[in-house]
Design a protein around this ligand. Structure first.
Ligand SMILES: Cc1ncc(C[n+]2csc(CCOP(=O)(O)OP(=O)(O)O)c2C)c(N)n1
Length: 318
């Protein structure tokens, strides 16, 4: 892969990391600028960075509660995300969605969702609607490894395959479902193998390598767009943070996080670029630019007023 592309990926992953470090700071900091449940995707940045470059403006992306990175990679502005997390009137949903429930359809980001597995059937609906309206839209939906055990996920995968709908199912296998290890949850831990049972394409992908993710998503999107039906991509990755901010993480095996930090996508791509002869200053620049952007975005977000409680009933139709 060419160096410019890899540097761009490094910067894009640093943007997500810096955004989430800022979210964590605002959640645990003394001012309590962010309240409520927050799920970070630190360590999982390669997935959104690799995948989102392969989506067109009319394609529809559906994420989970661990969705800040997917929104940012899809083009949702950092200031709007931070303002949303902090309940500001200038947030992408006027402060109503918060960290785990925001949506920005004007950017092709059709929302997070805290009902585990709910993104899959919604994406199938979006793809089906695209078939009716002739828009040629591809729907890409992200879920965790645990979410694939939900009944609704099975129905969605089956319907997408039966109707050859243009859906790309991306499973981020970070090996944990909240506090439960994958080995305790399934008889077959290679989740991508389920694809054959549905009659769709399936692939296990190095989810810590944005280039590998991009290649897999490119193939799946092209197949889906040309009528070849859905695909299930299993991205192997790890979350370096707790399930949510405040998780005591007592379930991890000793040394697990040390190994995960060795393999995590930002450190790994930085090492690869250094080995390829990219000067240290160029690699560092990706990090400093990302942090400067998020400092500025957070300052602007927090300068805005909180959502006005008087508007609480706006957008409520029933
Ligand atoms: C239908 C439903 N059941 C249970 C929960 C509680 N819950 C929230 S996250 C989670 C674990 C999901 O794990 P996984 O799908 O692997 O995603 P990850 O959190 O690892 O990204 C559970 C059980 C929920 N939100 N929704």
């Amino acid at each position: 892969m060419d160096t410019q592309r890899r540097l761009a990926d490094l910067h894009a992953m640093w943007r997500i990391r810096a955004l989430e470090e800022k979210v964590r700071e605002l959640r645990v900091g003394a001012e309590g600028a962010i309240v409520g449940s927050v799920h970070l995707s630190i360590g999982q940045e390669a997935g959104p960075v690799g995948a989102c470059t392969e989506l067109g403006p009319d394609d529809a992306l559906f994420a989970t509660y661990r969705g800040h990175g997917w929104a940012l990679a899809r083009g949702v502005p950092a200031e709007g995300i931070l303002a949303e997390c902090a309940g500001r009137a200038t947030g992408v949903n006027g402060g109503r969605g918060g960290s785990a429930y925001f949506t920005a359809p004007e950017h092709g980001f059709h929302g997070e969702n805290s009902i585990v597995g709910a993104g899959l059937p919604i994406a199938v609906g979006a793809a089906l609607a695209g078939r009716f309206d002739g828009g040629g839209r591809v729907a890409l939906t992200v879920c965790g490894d645990g979410a694939l055990n939900q009944g609704a996920s099975h129905e969605a995968l089956n319907m997408a395959a039966a109707f050859a709908l243009p859906v790309v199912f991306v499973c981020e296998n970070n090996r944990w479902s909240e506090l439960t290890a994958i080995e305790e949850m399934v008889g077959e831990p290679e989740l991508w193998r389920r694809a054959a049972g549905y009659g769709m394409a399936g692939e296990r992908v190095d989810g810590n390598d944005p280039g590998a993710v991009r290649a897999a998503v490119r193939g799946a999107v092209a197949r889906a767009r040309s009528g070849g039906g859905p695909a299930l991509l299993e991205l192997m990755t790890q979350r370096l943070a707790g399930h949510y901010i405040g998780d005591a993480e007592q379930y991890r095996a000793p040394g697990e996080l040390d190994r995960a930090r060795e393999e995590e996508p930002i450190a790994r791509l930085g090492r690869e670029l250094a080995e390829a002869g990219v000067p240290a200053a160029g690699i560092e620049d990706a990090r400093t630019r990302a942090h400067a952007e998020m400092e500025e975005a957070a300052a602007a977000a927090l300068a805005a007023p909180l959502a006005d409680p008087e508007t609480a009933k706006d957008h409520v139709y029933a």
